[in-house]
Design a protein around this ligand. Structure first.
Ligand SMILES: Cc1cc2nc3c(=O)[nH]c(=O)nc-3n(C[C@H](O)[C@H](O)[C@H](O)COP(=O)(O)OP(=O)(O)OC[C@H]3O[C@@H](n4cnc5c(N)ncnc54)[C@H](O)[C@@H]3O)c2cc1C
Length: 442
């Protein structure tokens, strides 16, 4: 009876896959030949920093080494440059930093994701509250809102809206099953009772969804944004690099860090060097390391291996042309099926892609992990391959959900995978940098 290509109500089964106490080896280094993503590879100039600092002399010494050039690594450099420019780390004290990236610039999850910048306003509140208590559940949602608001503010202050293709499409969360709908209503009600601001959430009936969007399932709508993540990270890097002469930032792509060893005590630097990061191009000595390696963290920090650590999970995404024009499609950012599937149409300037399909938007759709034989693609860290089972269900998902708006069997224009770094409690691991940096100064 279901026209949908994916299994439903899989959330709790997926959670068990994260909690399974099976021993796993540490993550591999990022695969050297990843699949090609829309964000990185759709045009020849999409990644202008791709090979930056990949040849020539390697920087041999820096105060701070940042490993990884995704939004975490580059975001750290951005905030460091701001703190230094504001004199927060000591007046006129110069700092050197180097970003070391295993592959091309921003070629990890940030260059391969779904492009949504939307917080989980109420989602999973019931389970979070039951497992971790009300205060912690609120904090989890707060991290989401804080991060989203902070990024939106940076985009606004730095005047980047056009440069990063930011679109305020809003978010519609479709509840396909009765169970999903009742869980979402419980999350919303309990979040509200706990004092979470959910005023912006609107419940959309089956009738409204059918009339307006052409799908027979109810939904929840709230504010949300979409953008081109690689463009944002490229801009952040440029700002960080040029912000102040007191922050000398260098980038070395195609330079995997293979190990970290203690530095010998003698050093000409004013700040004692504590670490050597080792790469095939040579060593770099530094005082502080920011591990911004996401799913690959356990390669260098093996204590992050397994269910208590950072778990690599492979996600798959397609760029699929809709069968109707933008007006008929009614653009929005969407998630469905307990957020396993997520999609949005690219801005209008990308509509004229293929001959004969002009004005039909290109839609970025991710998901389908529910059908993977290695359950939910958990502990998969190779983004050089496509999972064919996932491919099959992904391309038929939207035709099943919106009859007539997508063509069944249409091949995607691009398809790629990316490795997410997940934790069994769904929260990130972050050690606050400021404390460490104060020690640099005092
Ligand atoms: C398919 C997919 C869809 C997603 N959809 C969304 C979405 O729509 N919205 C959303 O908010 N989030 C989404 N995410 C999650 C989001 O992309 C990530 O949370 C975010 O990009 C993580 O950024 P990061 O900088 O921490 O990690 P990454 O972007 O993964 O960067 C880590 C970098 O470290 C490098 N690296 C690793 N090990 C080493 C080493 N030893 N030496 C040197 N370099 C190393 C890697 O090559 C990589 O470039 C998605 C992720 C995926 C994979």
């Amino acid at each position: 009876m279901s026209r949908l290509s994916v299994p439903l109500n899989q959330g709790h089964t997926a959670q068990r896959a994260f909690e399974q106490q099976i021993s796993h080896p540490p993550a591999n280094l990022p695969a050297p030949n990843p699949t090609k993503s829309f964000w990185i590879n759709s045009t020849p100039d999409a990644n202008p920093l791709a090979a930056e600092g990949s040849d020539g002399t390697l920087t041999s010494d820096a105060d701070i080494c940042i490993i990884g050039s995704g939004i975490t690594g580059v975001g750290s450099a951005y905030h460091l440059s701001q703190a230094i420019a504001d004199g927060k780390l000591g007046d006129d004290k110069p700092f050197t930093a180097v970003i070391v990236e295993a592959r091309d610039f921003c070629s990890g999850a940030t260059g391969r994701n779904g492009g949504h910048l939307t917080p989980a306003v109420y989602k999973h509140f019931h389970d979070l509250q039951k497992t971790y208590g009300t205060e912690q559940a609120i904090r989890t949602l707060d991290i989401e809102s804080h991060t989203t608001d902070a990024l939106l503010k940076i985009i606004d202050v730095q005047n980047l809206t056009g440069a990063v293709d930011l679109a305020a499409l809003g978010r519609i969360d479709i509840s396909i099953t009765q169970q999903e709908q009742s869980d979402a209503k419980t999350d919303l009600k309990e979040a509200k009772e706990a004092g979470v601001d959910v005023d912006s959430v609107e419940i959309l009936s089956e009738q409204t969804m059918n009339d307006k969007y052409g799908t027979p399932y109810p939904g929840f709508r709230f504010p949300g944004h979409n953008l081109w993540p690689l463009k944002l990270v490229t801009e952040l890097y440029r700002i960080a690099k040029s912000r102040t002469p007191n922050f000398a930032l260098t980038l070395h792509t195609r330079t995997p860090v293979t190990s970290i060893t203690p530095a010998s005590s003698s050093s000409s630097s004013t700040i004692p060097r504590r670490y050597i990061i080792n790469t095939p191009r040579g060593p770099i000595s530094c005082s502080y390391i920011i591990h911004a390696t996401n799913a690959y963290t356990s390669h260098l920090l093996p204590h992050f291996t397994g269910p208590e650590g950072i778990i690599p999970v492979r996600g798959q995404v397609i760029a699929l042309r809709a069968a109707v024009d933008r007006d008929e499609l009614r653009p929005a950012g969407w998630v469905a099926n307990e957020s396993f599937e997520y999609w949005f149409p690219l801005p209008v300037k990308y509509d004229g892609g293929k001959e004969g399909s002009k004005k039909c938007p290109l839609v970025i759709l991710g998901g389908g992990r529910e059908v993977a034989t290695s359950p939910f693609e958990v502990y998969e860290d190779d983004d050089s391959v496509i999972n064919e089972d996932v491919s099959l269900v992904l391309k038929d998902f939207l035709p099943g959900l919106f009859e007539g708006k997508y063509e069944k069997g249409r091949e995607p224009e691009m398809e790629w995978t990316g490795i997410m770094g997940m934790t069994k409690m769904s929260d990130p691991f972050v050690r606050i940098l400021q404390h460490a940096l104060r020690r640099l100064v005092f």
